[in-house]
Design a protein around this ligand. Structure first.
Ligand code: GLC
Length: 572
């Protein structure tokens, strides 16, 4: 064999290996669609309380001046309190399995710098500094391996508030000698990323966070280390400089429109990431399922956080709610795993739609009370329709009216949580994605779907309390002739009440006009909190497609922020 040939073979072998790696990479994110996020660290001991005061918000930030402003020395001394002797990694993994989750992403080091693994690069870690002296990441990695659960490790690569030179950290050492980010990167960040990617078996994801102003060259180095140690691991989008493998959505954000490619929505079981002593605002199984299904229907995977307590246990309500979610998923796995996004690319008034080849699953959050479920815009022929009762299915019939499909459904909802109807079609779904105005229940259309002229559509994010993020599309900066318009199809002629959801200052006068010339207007109060206000009644006198226009007639045009239009049928 000549040297050339063997070299060639070397290349092709390498290429095959790389291809295999690429097809394995991200499999659980693409097909698993549901995962557990775990925020656990030194901050969990404080549980949002410092010196007898409660700081509301995301507790892993408690050290930061935006919350309690704890000094580096005081924070580091908390290590003596960290002793989660009740922690059992197998129980955590079992919970994730019971919930129907396919991988777990846990904080190996958060912004405050404490490592939940045994690190040679910094002794501010769980083994060297705490009474527990156990490598928690190792325990979780072993339990994941044993159970066939995917593992991802979160690592805060820019922010490190206790390490010399880290983002937001001390800038001079004990002798007053200055140190920069490069110092932190070389002495802690890079070695620790090497450790977490080398010592804990195969990783599904390396979950970097808050790149802030990190230089591209550092990110490139981190990518290189991850690729070398974990060729099959995905790198989160928050590594920065567009060098991640997939998109991570905003904190606590479930997008309105389908997103192409691999992406992940990040959410919490309450309002915080780390355990907070006061926060019992737990999402119910129904709420979790709605957000999970909506994420999967938009084409994403849903990463849902739990914050263990400092003793290592999970709050009982979280366990109960997640197990409720898991019981539902075990009845309807086909709706969650290895699925495709909704061909309509947005939610329906009654729920959402998930596809799998030529089958579509209608996931009904609000079961209709009058025996009929309305489906706008489906052009494909329905071959069969079945209402699910867990493992049992009941065939049902359907009709067609004004271009919509109308399914006959039982009066009583089949499920307490989300009910499922499957439609087998004559091929890959062919749909007109125009929003339909439902003839029996409220239809709410967010600003995301409006066309605008003489006003500005933008994406707004704000914190409800510190770190509790909210997201909305809005239409603001109204010029005198500005309009926002929504295209809708109507199946049932009749009267509909129109409400608008908006924020603003003082009083606002809004006008709603229909393409056929009808016009209604009303004055209502406004505040900085979004509220839903009635405008009046319109009449659609024929079925079919039309545009509905909204304009601001009077009031502060800069502050008026329109978020949604709602249509409610006037039932006679
Ligand atoms: C944010 C926060 C952080 C949390 C993360 C979860 O970036 O800084 O505390 O870990 O979001 O997505």
């Amino acid at each position: 064999m000549s040297q050339d040939t063997s070299l060639d073979m070397g290349w092709s072998e390498q290429a095959t290996k790389q291809q295999a790696s690429e097809s394995r990479r991200g499999r659980l994110l693409r097909d698993g669609n549901f995962a557990m996020f775990v925020h656990w660290g030194l901050y969990s001991c404080l549980a949002n309380r410092w010196q007898d005061k409660t700081y509301y918000g995301i507790g892993e930030w408690i050290m930061h001046p935006a919350m309690a402003g704890i000094s580096v020395e005081q924070y580091q001394s908390l290590v003596t309190l960290f002793n989660p002797t009740l922690f059992d990694a197998r129980q955590l993994v079992r919970l994730a399995q019971d919930a129907g989750m396919k991988y777990i992403v846990i904080t190996s080091k958060h912004h405050e710098g404490f490592a939940m693994f045994h690190s040679q690069a910094s002794d501010f870690n769980v083994v060297d500094a705490t009474p527990l002296k156990r490598d928690l990441i190792k325990e979780i990695a072993d339990a994941c391996q044993e159970a066939g659960m995917g593992l991802g490790l979160y690592y805060s690569h820019f922010q490190d508030w206790t390490a010399l030179g880290g983002g937001g950290g001390p800038t001079v050492d004990a002798t007053g000698k200055p140190a920069d980010f490069d110092h932190y990167f070389r002495t802690k960040c890079l070695p620790q990323v090497d450790e977490i990617t080398r010592n804990y078996g195969p990783l599904e994801v390396v979950w970097f966070d808050t790149p802030c102003e990190i230089d591209r060259s550092y990110v490139e180095e981190l990518v290189k280390v991850v690729r070398a140690n974990q060729p099959d691991a995905m790198i989160s989008g928050r590594i920065g400089h567009d060098l991640g493998d997939y998109l991570t959505a905003g904190d606590m954000e479930v997008p309105m429109r389908n997103i192409e490619g691999t992406w992940e929505a990040l959410d919490t079981t309450n309002d915080a990431w780390g355990f907070a002593h006061y926060d019992t605002n737990w999402k119910s199984p129904l709420e979790i399922l709605k957000r999970l299904i909506t994420t999967v229907a938009r084409g994403g995977t849903y990463l849902l956080n739990v914050g263990p307590k400092s003793d290592g246990t999970i709050p009982a309500a979280v366990e109960e709610n997640l197990r409720g979610v898991g019981r539902w998923i075990r009845r309807y796995p086909q709706v969650i795993y290895e699925t495709e996004a909704s061909p309509w690319r947005h939610a329906m008034p009654w729920g959402d739609i998930i596809a799998q080849g030529s089958t579509i699953y209608l996931c009904v959050f609000d079961w209709p009370g009058d025996g009929m479920l309305y489906l706008p815009g489906l052009r494909s022929r329905i071959v069969s329709a079945e209402v699910f009762y867990g493992d049992e299915r009941m065939a049902t019939t359907w009709g067609q009216k004004n271009g919509w499909k109308c399914l006959n459904v039982p009066d009583r909802r089949p499920e307490k949580l989300v009910s499922v109807i499957s439609l087998t079609l004559d091929g890959i779904p062919d749909v007109d994605p125009t929003h339909g105005v439902d003839p029996t229940i409220d239809t709410s259309l967010p600003a995301d779907f409006a066309a605008v002229r003489g006003c500005k559509q933008s994406y707004k994010q704000w914190m409800e309390k510190f770190g509790e993020w909210r997201h909305r599309s809005q239409i603001s900066q109204w010029e005198p002739e500005g309009t926002a318009s929504w295209a809708v199809t109507v199946i049932e002629p009749g009267s509909y009440r129109v409400d608008l959801t908006y924020a603003g200052t003082g009083r606002l006068v809004w006008r709603v006009q229909v393409e056929d010339g009808q016009s209604i207007e009303n004055q209502q109060g406004a505040s900085h909190i979004y509220g839903r206000f009635p405008i009046g009644q319109i009449h659609f006198d024929s079925p079919g497609r039309r545009c509905v226009y909204v304009s601001l007639v009077d009031g502060d045009p800069q502050m008026a922020s329109l978020a949604e239009i709602h249509f409610s049928p006037v039932l006679l």
